[in-house]
Ligand binder design. Structure first.
Ligand code: PMV
Length: 338
């Protein structure tokens, strides 16, 4: 076999209905729906050769430097899921990965990095087996999910649904399905301006956060609400009701952080400036009637969501009123991936 290389790029995503709480092998306790972003993504390249042995060998570089931490994470993933990766045996892999997010923005998206890695691995499988068919995105989503739950949604453009829900026949807890064909055009124009309140690594990881949902006194209520919000949001995405969208997005974000505040032990990832920004976004919406709203990931940064038609006014709000609450005046202006 001659050596070859494969590459793939995959974006981050921001959930509107949140996945928080899991069971079994990375299975969600409720369905979730996200926008796929375009500017925040991971680019991964794998140089493939033969190693003459029975197993695979791998070296991992992140942004040009060897990264034992990532390498360990990937090796664990490949061992845990070896039944899907037999085609790697005998291969030597040099993995190089980089993010397009600005350095020290506090954004470390495992969704982007793990889905980019999986896409590369599937390209290797295709090459080794001589296949020419387009990549199976459902399989890509399935394998991405096993690496990082939310990564399941990153393989589709525009929006994705992960988790079984009654109104979408093909929906599944095993993989995400695309929503691009059903969403009203306005949602394809959405911007996500990410207001960087802090660039520090979060004090409690998502892995720990998910585990604190086990035995959480409000867990069942939360899962039921998320299931209802999934069905509501699916309707809203089709009928373009922006007021209802705002309602769902903001209450989901606050509930996620409420779960953290009521865990044992309790913790908070929001910071005072997170709340200042949220207040200013709400005041702006009240005063201007512009349908801008916020969502939060498991961290202090605020994702300001709005349709493209209001870009000028929202950008003024950011510049004049919000940047001063951000770390180093940092804001990443992302848009939904077309
Ligand atoms: O994919 P994980 O295990 O990092 O969990 C992500 C959880 C949230 O980002 C908070 C919500 C979501 O649905 O993306």
């Amino acid at each position: 076999m001659n050596g070859f290389s494969v590459s793939a790029s995959s974006p981050s995503n921001i959930a509107i209905v949140k996945y928080w709480g899991k069971h079994g092998n990375q299975l969600p306790n409720n369905p979730s729906i996200s926008f796929t972003l375009s500017r925040c993504h991971t680019e991964t390249q794998i140089k493939v050769g033969e190693n003459g042995g029975a197993k695979y060998s791998m070296q991992f570089f992140f942004e040009g430097k060897e990264s034992p931490k990532f390498q360990e994470k990937i090796e664990k993933y490949l061992v845990d899921n070896q039944q899907y990766f037999g085609f790697l045996n005998g291969l030597d892999l040099v993995v190089e990965s980089r993010n397009t997010f600005p350095h020290s923005s506090g954004i470390a998206s495992s969704a982007a990095s793990m889905s980019a890695l999986v896409l590369c691995l599937l390209k290797i499988e295709q090459k080794v087996s001589g296949g020419v068919a387009p990549l199976d995105m459902r399989k890509a989503s399935f394998l991405s999910r096993l690496a990082s739950g939310s990564a399941a949604r990153s393989v589709y453009h525009v929006m994705a649904l992960w988790g079984a829900t009654p109104s979408v026949a093909e929906s599944s807890d095993d993989y995400a399905v695309p929503l691009a064909d059903i969403v009203s055009p306005v949602f394809k124009t959405y911007h996500d301006s990410i207001l960087i309140v802090s660039n520090k690594e979060k004090s409690v990881s998502s892995r720990v956060g998910h585990s604190l949902m086990n035995g959480h006194p409000l867990a069942e209520k939360r899962y039921a609400t998320a299931r209802e919000n999934t069905e509501r949001l699916l309707k809203v995405l089709q009928n373009g009701d922006l007021d209802a969208f705002i309602d769902i997005a903001e209450s989901e974000a606050l509930q996620l952080h409420e779960m953290m505040a009521t865990s044992t032990p309790p913790y908070k990832l929001m910071e005072p400036n997170t709340l200042e920004i949220i207040g200013l976004i709400r005041r702006f919406r009240q005063e201007t009637k512009i349908p801008a709203c916020f969502t939060l990931d498991a961290g202090p940064n605020v994702h300001l969501l709005y349709p493209e038609a209001y870009e000028k006014q929202v950008k003024s709000l950011i510049k004049d009123n919000l940047l001063s609450y951000c770390h180093d005046n940092q804001c990443i202006d992302d848009v939904v991936q077309q």
